[in-house]
Write a protein that binds this ligand. Structure first.
Ligand SMILES: [Zn+2]
Length: 59
């Protein structure tokens, strides 16, 4: 059986999903929230402006 969110194999602890992330995602969708899939699997803040770690190339 595959995760209905991302298609990865499910984990027994998160059945029918593969992870807490997908379970939360499905829950959020179910609740009607406008939720977008995190890219790297971590909660990232909305970053419209990139935050360079070092300002070497900054004027
Ligand atoms: Zn998944």
């Amino acid at each position: 059986m595959a995760c209905p969110i991302c298609g990865k194999p499910t984990r027994p602890e998160w059945r029918p999903f593969c992870s807490k992330r997908c379970a939360d995602l499905d829950l959020s969708r179910w609740l009607g929230e406008d939720y977008r899939i995190p890219a790297a699997g971590e909660d990232e803040p909305d970053d419209d402006a990139p935050a360079p770690p070092d300002g070497e190339d900054e004027p």
